[in-house]
Design a protein around this ligand. Structure first.
Ligand code: 3EB
Length: 353
């Protein structure tokens, strides 16, 4: 693989360093997501930042995941979406309070309405800015596995999301964005996204049925996401791998066994990487060159999950560990990854405790 360019860079910083950078006017930050427990709001003038109530599992109390670009950037705000864009890339984020949602008389769930409205506002923004392609969505909301209005909240979210794609004339199969959807402890529906003026390709996993083709036992509307999206920007291939779980075909495997679930996630990620390399042989993505984000349902599983990750990938691994509910009640772990951009400078997880 070519050395990763710093045309796009991912980094994880303590809040204090990000605030300092904001005061110093450090150029290049596109935006990001800060993970805290308890929640803290970070002020970084003009920088779109989502503050998510989610616990970090490896010591740090709060970290911000920030994307940096070499482009000349400008910030804006529209429809409640804070965004920052350059010539090629746009990062945006928004929060919607479900409780404030005015739901129609059809008694559809507030989360469904909030999700549909949020996605429609994102599409509307991107259409107005001339960014048609979305590389990646990050979705966080409380109570993903809780049932209300006779439906699990993750399934309500799926209905709202798919409805928004359809109402904006977007395809709900094929080259749809990569994504993840995780439970945070509190707050509203929070969404971050990365869009591009480019033509990304949706990558599927030969070991799994495409999520957009899941059978209806997993809900009335299929989830609208690709297993990964692959895009060439500035002559460089970038890969955004969706949240990846212990699912083969469409079924959860290894219920109750977090070690086996972690290995299955990693086999799935390896299959997605192989598929990306098959589609674009020059890309040459390798597991050891990716940045990983690991969501674990029970914090006591951290040591086990980290051990399996290091055994599979080899140390050091660039990884962040968070406590989150995963969107099927029987899933204990979900792992996402990205590559082709410059990797975080910190957080190399060695063989240590
Ligand atoms: C799965 O493969 C596990 O709804 O956006 C992974 C990644 C999952 C993204 C989403 C859900 C989503 O079905 C769950």
């Amino acid at each position: 693989m070519k050395p990763p360019g710093d045309l796009l860079r991912l980094d994880y910083l303590p809040v204090s360093r990000l605030s300092q950078q904001a005061r110093d006017g450090v150029p290049g930050a596109l935006g990001g997501v800060c993970f805290f427990q308890p929640i803290v709001h970070v002020e970084a003038a003009g920088l779109p930042l989502l503050a998510v109530d989610m616990a970090l599992l490896a010591g740090e109390e709060a970290l911000c995941e920030v994307w940096y670009s070499r482009e000349v950037l400008e910030s804006g705000c529209r429809n409640g979406i804070r965004y920052r864009q350059g010539e090629t890339l746009l990062f945006g984020c928004l929060t919607r309070n479900e409780a404030a949602e005015v739901t129609p008389m059809d008694a559809s769930a507030p989360l469904q309405a909030a999700t549909q409205a949020a996605y429609e506002s994102v599409f509307e923004l991107l259409e107005s800015r001339g960014y048609r392609a979305i590389l990646r969505f990050w979705n966080y909301f409380p109570g993903v596995n809780r049932v209300s209005h006779n439906l699990e909240r993750y399934l309500q979210f799926n209905i709202g999301r798919q409805s928004a794609f359809l109402s904006h004339g977007r395809s709900v199969i094929g080259d749809v964005p990569a994504a993840c959807a995780l439970g945070c402890a509190d707050g509203g529906l929070q969404i971050a996204f990365l869009a591009a003026r480019a033509e990304p390709v949706g990558i599927e996993n030969p070991r799994q049925i495409s999520a957009y083709h899941y059978p209806d036992q997993y809900g009335p509307r299929s989830p609208t996401f690709s297993r990964a999206s692959l895009v060439n920007l500035w002559g460089r291939d970038l890969l955004f791998i969706s949240g990846t779980a212990s699912i083969v075909g469409h079924q959860t495997l290894h219920a109750g066994d977090v070690g086996a679930q972690t290995r299955e996630c990693l086999h799935n990620i390896a299959a997605v990487v192989a598929e990306a390399n098959r589609r674009v042989p020059a890309a040459g993505f390798q597991l050891g060159d990716l940045a990983y984000k690991v969501y674990i349902r029970y914090r006591e599983d951290l040591a086990r999950v980290r051990h399996e990750l290091i055994r599979f990938i080899g140390a050091p691994v660039s990884a962040v560990f968070l406590q989150a509910d995963v969107c099927r009640a029987d899933l204990l772990v979900e792992i996402e990854a990205s590559g082709g951009h410059a990797l975080p400078s910190l957080l190399k997880s060695g063989a240590g405790p």
